[in-house]
Ligand binder design. Structure first.
Ligand code: 5RP
Length: 272
């Protein structure tokens, strides 16, 4: 279903850039009286807004997940219509690679394009400083590599992803670890956060009789659940990365340059 975004934004008291409401901290469009939008429709609205930033000849980081999928679909559609030309996509997972290939998006990698113009991806949590939790889809390592290499990183979420602090949704902060002695690494992760209460669980696949989930890089994921606010995110990040066996974690600190939030009351653009 194609959702017209224009009715979703009021231009009063705000500036519009490429049809996008800029600089607002809260949506100012009137409540939508009709049917309530589904979460997937909100994801699609955010994704389509983000794709308005894509220009011909750009190298684009292609995110992973149900929100990013809409953005990749839209880029494919615009390429097919000739409205975008000479795009190079850098996928952040095997799944996105397959999707982009099927849409005819030309693909490459960071070896050939170490600087990416723009990346568009979803997130699991967004805090008020635009720090993120990512990786509940399991692609955090490639996402962090590609999104760390881009000049502009647009995050697309529905409003359910907004939190007061990372970990605040009660869901996991994922950490990618090597399979070798994973219990040792998981125990080390829990111990790091003894003081605030932390549980570490290996991510498994119910559809594969509970076997460990294996990332595109052949690693495991440990999900961390925190009882209290982590506090100093940079210190937590450094401590996790220092632990032998850890490959990467799903806290994306100070990386997003723009967050597009689609909610029942409209689209909000938050800029760093
Ligand atoms: O980080 C991710 C995958 O590793 C996803 O972007 C994140 O999990 C959000 O997913 P979705 O858009 O399906 O809610």
């Amino acid at each position: 279903m194609s959702i017209p975004c224009t009715h979703f934004i009021s231009s009063e008291n705000s500036s519009l850039e490429n049809g996008i409401l800029m600089g607002a901290s809260s949506p100012i469009s009137p409540p939508i009286p009709a049917a309530v939008l589904t979460q997937d429709e909100l994801k699609k609205i955010a994704a389509y807004k983000a794709v308005e930033y894509v220009e011909s000849n750009m190298v684009i980081g292609l995110g992973t997940g149900s929100t990013a999928k809409h953005a990749v679909d839209r880029i494919g559609e615009l390429l097919l219509q000739g409205k975008l030309k000479s795009i190079i996509g850098i996928p952040t997972s095997k799944k996105t690679h397959e999707q982009a290939l099927s849409l005819g998006i030309p693909l490459s990698d960071l070896n050939s394009y170490p600087v990416v113009d723009l990346a568009i991806d979803g997130a699991d949590e967004v805090d008020p400083s635009l720090n993120l939790v990512k990786g509940r889809g399991g692609s955090l390592l490639r996402e962090k590599m590609v999104e760390g290499a881009c000049k502009k990183f647009i995050v697309i979420v529905d409003e359910s992803k907004l939190v007061d602090h990372l970990g605040g949704s009660g869901f996991a902060i994922p950490v990618e670890i090597v399979p070798f002695c994973w219990k040792f690494t998981a125990a080390g992760l829990m111990k790091l956060f003894d003081d605030i209460g932390c549980r570490a669980e290996l991510r498994t696949c119910p559809e594969k009789n509970g076997k460990p989930f294996v990332t595109d890089n052949g690693n495991y994921i440990v999900n961390l659940y925190f009882q209290h606010d982590i506090g100093d995110l940079k210190a937590a990040s450094d401590a996790i990365l220092r632990l032998p066996g850890v490959v990467e974690h799903g806290m994306f600190l100070d990386m997003a340059t723009t967050v597009i939030v689609a909610g029942e009351l409209g689209v909000t653009i938050k800029n760093k």
